[in-house]
Design a protein around this ligand. Sequence first.
Ligand code: SAM
Length: 276
Amino acid sequence: MRFPSDALAVLTDPRTEIRDDRVRIPFELDRPVYEQVDRVLKEMGGRWDSRTAVRAHVFPYRVEEHMRQCLTAGEFPTRTEQGWFPTPPSLTMQICDLAGVYAGTTVLEPSAGSGALTAELARRGALVDAVEIDPVRADVLRRQGDCRAVIRDDFLSLDPLDYPEGFDRIVMNPPFARGLDHIKHAIGFMKDDGILVSVMSQGLMWWSDRASVEFRAMVEEVGGEIEALPEDSFAVCGTNVRTCLVFIPGYAGGPLRTYDWLQRQPLQLGLFGIAA
Ligand SMILES: C[S@@+](CC[C@H](N)C(=O)[O-])C[C@H]1O[C@@H](n2cnc3c(N)ncnc32)[C@H](O)[C@@H]1O
């Protein structure tokens, strides 16, 4: 949800203190503006603590970094609005460590939101290309300047072969509604020996539909892993959505339909053509 403009002005006011688990506004507000700010902070999971020593909205988690992400993006995730859940800082570190991201590594972030992952990737010196369907978030990404390229588009409509080469790493936290489609499509952008790390709904660990069963078998075949994340991993976004981390390592000659695999197809088809 977009921040109402008065609430955004108050929360980005340099006098507003956003520290650790609390937001404190040490100046007078008109009643309607106060009520707007109070509504937003409660919607984000805060609770007004009126004790003299506190007098702040207190959150059940460290709100500082999450609030920075939200204020930069001009929006915040609500309990009713699914889809945009910025990856919390400790998880971005875990994902980048697991993927093995170093200076010069090329990385694709195919559903980049407002850049929680791209910021950490860039901090490690990676060359990051980001895709984001939402125009406002894509603008935020461009303004942040962490990425080599920002593409405002539906990732599922992009053709890997429009890219001059595959990526060393794919790092992602896609919309869960079509998470598996996003991960499978992203493999097509990865080099043969690349690595993909994705956050995903924990349901992927037990869903019994054919696509999920085949996907788990494929992850096992390549020596990958699907590991449950702690239940409070996204508590900072005001949701207890259960998540897991998918790790898929590629290797030359492996079964994954990577960028290199796709590149080899026209050649093979051409050979068939000659043989016929
Ligand atoms: C769960 S959020 C994660 C954002 C970011 N990856 C992060 O880790 O903070 C998912 C993002 O995917 C974007 N998105 C949804 N469908 C998409 C699509 N088809 N192509 C590209 N981005 C998409 C949403 O707008 C949202 O910003």
